[in-house]
Ligand binder design. Structure first.
Ligand SMILES: *[C@@H]1O[C@H](CO)[C@@H](O)[C@H](O)[C@H]1NC(C)=O
Ligand SMILES: *[C@@H]1O[C@H](CO)[C@@H](O)[C@H](O)[C@H]1NC(C)=O
Ligand SMILES: *[C@@H]1O[C@H](CO)[C@@H](O)[C@H](O)[C@H]1NC(C)=O
Ligand SMILES: *[C@@H]1O[C@H](CO)[C@@H](O)[C@H](O)[C@H]1NC(C)=O
Ligand SMILES: *[C@@H]1O[C@H](CO)[C@@H](O)[C@H](O)[C@H]1NC(C)=O
Ligand SMILES: *[C@@H]1O[C@H](CO)[C@@H](O)[C@H](O)[C@H]1NC(C)=O
Ligand SMILES: *[C@@H]1O[C@H](CO)[C@@H](O)[C@H](O)[C@H]1NC(C)=O
Ligand SMILES: *[C@@H]1O[C@H](CO)[C@@H](O)[C@H](O)[C@H]1NC(C)=O
Ligand SMILES: *[C@@H]1O[C@H](CO)[C@@H](O)[C@H](O)[C@H]1NC(C)=O
Length: 865
């Protein structure tokens, strides 16, 4: 074991006395290796103990010029690390191990790469079974590790620290540093192309955001990819199917991919961006990428053609133009000569990766103004102009690929900045027809008139977009008007607002009245003096305008006195705004748990009844059954005279179709979450009934169902002192369990909010408590439907009898809550408490000032209030 001769070929080579011997696990100083020397083993000189990994002087793709010191996963022959990626050597170049570290030299002995200075002499170089190449001192202390200097891949067991980054290779055979990079920030994982952001882990629908704490490192294990905080708390996770070997790699194409190797093949489990057309340079300069989800294809937009079969990207078809060169910030002057500047239109139907991350440079401008803005800045290489809103987006710094997307690009007119005539000042852009300049007479016309001609000309070129007549008008240079007709013929679509209108209405989004996972909610006033709540949705899954509008049409058509009315929406670029009627008394949680005047019993009853009626309507009153999925006091809004309205119904559908089962499981707010969320059973309207039951208990008691009595701000001592098993010595109360116990003993009066003193009758409390307990039955089929709940509350249907066999789970939840709380108290670490209790109560023990992880996470997946 652990000795020499691992491969039959090694025997052969020994017999020939040519090739070196492949070592196992360790090599010691004064060791040298070259590809030539180990040619029989493809340059491999060292294997890990069980042979999972090997270290080699290797030439990927069997090309004969670039050799690298690599760590290779043997079964898949995949390079997971390389030392001298930017300084390859030939097959006779050598790696030396000395007591000072590792040095790689070319065939003449010139050093190309070496490990940094190490604190004490190296005694051995070890290749671990995880694939880590380590320099050890005599006492086996690590002096240097390849895991701390990842090239473009991390493997299971490797920790990737915050602020670390790595870059893709140029190609599978040229490992030198490419243009794509991956960086771990303290909140997210980012992908960038030449420093421009094009993907974030948190916006992927498969990423489950668990906490807003600071990320400290990234790691992969058998079940998932994790961004972890201090103490190993999970900040963001991506669930993976179970496998023994995972790697995460940034491919030379710019895709971040997590894949497993089993049964002799790689399986991709997670890919970012999921739409490969969102990779900035997939189709080269100005190349248009179509259908990124399946097999993307590249083509050139109108007025452009491809350079040559060997190169990706497109150049102007008319050889008298050339692409505007990349701006060099130290050298602005030559780029600002207006007479040689012009624009070629690419027409409608294109989006650009950057528009998702940086908003418009300017809004509500006309096309000329947008163009002039671009002309005035050498880093602007083109622009997209949205006719309906007057938004001007730049293609900035580098000219990447376009995304052919009829839906998103539907309203975006694109232009690429070009130079007229051949320009010696721009290396790298080949101009095969530079001697022809048929349009040179037009060159000196004002650029806008010139564009007009180009646009008119391009009308003849455009074949695919003929169906939409109004495209044509764009060429005529009309000013955008605020009354742009609705883009889609979706019946029942509510009013479409102009972005600017809402900006004015909200006074530039000045008054924040709430926030959640979708985004923030602002107060605003429309020109007709109507006060509205404007919800700015930022965390939408990848979803086109059309699907969005379809959902909006459904929500907009639901009218019920107990449901918040959607007044309109605005879809601009990737921003989505929803305009709701404003409810001036805020949400139930503030009124119920706040420090204001006590809610009288009749008001509580009316709130309960109104909420029940609203839900009953959602479940069975409208054409399409709508399950709310997130019933909680924060989503029950109040207006004058205790008019009650439920908000955020239908919004769960806007999260996009690609929800993983984990994602689905975690939806909703956990304190109000029915057990079936956690067991992965079917979600039905009965899931809302459970949440309603939990809310009902809070309405009765006037406090959160989960309380730490040590938290002074939210708890008044109960007068009775009859806390039994539901509370422990440490002052904990899991109210649903307490309610069950009091129900068993018939002591309903104990349950009412003590602030009501004696202003409530026992049988009135009994009514709400019994309804609530029936609603929280563990078995969904034993829960009444909302119509029956309404009937029971109105007194038209006899009260149900809570079934003990389906309520015993509350005892379990109560115990979990108590235990977790005690641990938390000992550790004085609130988050542990809030996170560890599964479903019992994690959410709403917090006041709004104390954000718990689960609060954040549930908000993030379930949407804002
Ligand atoms: C390695 O070589 C150097 C110089 O040739 C020598 O001083 C040293 O003792 C050698 N080390 C080992 C471990 O053989
Ligand atoms: C190496 O293989 C042996 C036998 O299969 C196994 O017991 C051992 O755990 C493996 N070691 C490592 C580090 O994987
Ligand atoms: C270092 O580790 C190797 C293998 O794990 C072991 O054989 C050796 O005894 C260790 N040396 C020391 C000084 O601990
Ligand atoms: C993977 O890591 C996460 C986060 O540290 C942990 O919760 C999970 O149990 C681990 N899974 C396995 C199979 O080790
Ligand atoms: C980790 O836990 C310890 C106690 O267990 C605590 O003192 C420390 O603040 C925690 N660190 C972080 C970053 O949460
Ligand atoms: C494409 O590449 C091949 C081989 O590298 C070369 O022979 C050919 O001339 C190239 N074609 C063009 C149009 O550049
Ligand atoms: C930018 O200009 C400076 C000085 O003119 C030059 O050294 C540098 O290489 C240029 N960079 C690029 C990307 O062209
Ligand atoms: C575009 O707007 C600018 C002011 O922003 C105005 O001066 C100019 O006349 C407008 N152009 C057209 C064609 O209306
Ligand atoms: C652009 O805006 C103008 C003025 O509002 C309008 O007439 C035209 O139809 C719009 N074009 C498109 C393609 O939406």
């Amino acid at each position: 074991m652990g000795f020499l001769f691992l491969f039959p070929t090694a025997f052969l080579s020994c017999a020939l006395l040519v090739s070196g011997i492949t070592y196992s696990e360790f090599v010691h100083p004064n060791f040298t290796a070259s590809n030539l020397q180990y040619a029989e083993n493809s340059g491999s000189f060292l294997t890990s103990r069980n042979g999972t990994f090997k270290a080699a002087i290797f030439n990927p793709g069997a090309q004969q010029t670039n050799f690298y010191l690599c760590v290779i996963h043997v079964a898949s022959n995949t390079i997971i690390w390389s030392a001298n990626r930017d300084d390859p050597i030939s097959n006779s170049g050598e790696m030396y191990l000395t007591s000072e570290g590792i040095t790689i030299s070319d065939e003449s002995g010139n050093p190309k790469w070496s490990t940094p200075a190490i604190p004490s002499p190296a005694y051995a170089m070890m290749l671990s079974e995880m694939g880590n190449l380590v320099l050890l001192d005599r006492s086996n202390n690590s002096l240097w590790e390849s895991f701390q200097h990842p090239t473009d891949t991390i493997v299971m067991g490797q920790l990737f620290p915050v602020k670390a980054s790595f870059s893709s290779a140029v190609s599978p055979t040229d490992l030198s540093t490419g243009d794509y990079s991956l960086t771990l920030s303290s909140s997210d994982l980012h992908l960038q192309w030449r420093g421009l952001l094009y993907w974030k882990l948190s916006m992927d629908t498969k990423a489950y955001i668990n906490s807003n704490s600071m990320v400290e490192y990234m790691a992969i294990n058998r079940t998932g990819l994790y961004l972890l905080g201090g103490n190993g708390t999970v900040i963001i996770q991506v669930a993976l199917s179970l496998s023994d070997f995972w790697i995460a790699t940034l491919e030379s194409s710019g895709r971040f991919i997590v894949k497993s190797f089993s049964a002799d093949d790689w399986m991709d489990d997670f890919v970012g961006p999921s739409d490969s057309c969102r990779i900035p340079f997939l189709c080269g300069t100005v190349g248009s990428c179509r259908d990124g989800s399946a097999s993307n294809t590249c083509s050139c937009p109108s007025n452009f053609h491809s350079v040559s079969p060997n190169r990706t990207g497109c150049v102007p078809t008319d050889g008298s133009y050339s692409l505007y060169p990349t701006c060099n910030s130290t050298d602005h002057s030559t780029h600002l000569i207006p007479s040689v500047l012009s624009y070629l239109t690419i027409g409608y139907g294109y989006d650009y990766f950057g528009s998702q991350f940086s908003g418009p440079v300017r809004s509500r401008v006309n096309l000329t103004a947008c163009q002039d803005l671009c002309s005035g800045d050498c880093s602007c290489l083109g622009f997209l102009y949205e006719n309906s809103s007057g938004d001007c987006y730049w293609i900035k710094s580098y000219l990447g690929s376009l995304i052919s997307d009829i839906q998103r690009g539907e309203d975006l007119l694109g232009y690429i900045k070009v130079l007229v005539g051949s320009s010696p000042a721009k290396p790298g852009v080949k101009n095969d027809q530079s001697t022809k300049f048929p349009l040179s007479a037009l060159v000196l016309l004002p650029s806008s008139a010139f564009i007009l001609l180009i646009v008119l000309g391009s009308l003849w070129w455009r074949r695919q977009r003929i169906s939409r007549d109004r495209d044509m008008k764009a060429g005529q240079y009309n000013l955008p008007s605020p009354e742009e007709p609705d883009a889609f013929q979706i019946p029942g679509l509510p009013k479409r607002f102009d972005y600017k209108e809402l900006e004015v209405a909200t006074d530039h989004f000045r008054t924040l009245i709430g926030s959640g996972g979708f985004g923030a909610v602002y107060k605003g006033t429309l020109p007709d003096k109507a006060v509205v709540a404007v919800k700015k949705i930022t965390n939408l899954g990848i979803q086109g305008k059309k699907e969005f509008c379809t959902e909006i049409a459904i929500i907009g058509n639901i009218h019920h006195i107990n449901l918040v009315k959607l007044r309109g929406f605005c879809a601009r670029g990737s921003t989505r705004l929803l305009v709701f009627e404003y409810m001036n008394r805020g949400s139930l949680d503030r009124i119920l748990f706040g420090n204001g005047p006590v809610l009288e019993w009749q008001e509580r009853f009316n709130i309960a009844l109104g909420t029940a009626r609203g839900l009953a309507y959602l479940h069975s009153g409208c054409e399409q059954k709508i399950i709310h999925c997130d019933i909680k006091p924060e989503n029950i809004l109040l207006h004058d005279h205790f008019q009650v309205k439920i908000s955020d119904f239908g919004l769960s559908k806007l999260l996009g179709p690609e929800q993983s089962s984990l994602f689905t499981t975690m939806r909703g707010t956990r304190g109000y979450l029915a057990p079936e969320w956690l067991t992965n059973s079917a979600i039905s309207e009965k899931t809302d009934v459970y949440s309603f039951g939990m809310v009902l208990l809070e309405i009765v008691s006037g406090r959160k169902n989960c309380l730490l009595r040590t938290q002074s701000h939210s708890l008044e001592e109960d007068s009775s002192g009859t806390r039994s098993s539901s509370s422990s010595g440490s002052g904990l109360l899991y109210f649903p369990l307490f309610a069950l116990e009091m129900h068993e003993q018939g002591k309903y009066a104990e349950l009412a909010d003590p602030r009501l003193e004696n202003r409530v009758k026992r049988q009135d409390v009994e009514k709400l408590v019994r309804v609530a307990l029936c609603c929280v039955h563990e078995e969904p089929s034993l829960r009444p439907n909302m119509a029956i709940v309404v009937g029971m509350l109105e007194g038209k249907i006899p009260l149900g009898h809570p079934r003990m066999e389906s309520l015993n789970f509350l005892r379990f939840y109560g115990r979990r809550f108590t235990e977790a709380s005690v641990i938390a108290e000992q550790e004085n670490e609130e988050n542990v408490l809030l996170y560890s209790q599964a479903n019992a109560c994690p959410t709403s023990t917090t006041s709004s000032s104390r954000k718990s992880m689960s609060y954040i996470s549930s908000q993030q997946v379930s949407g804002p209030r």
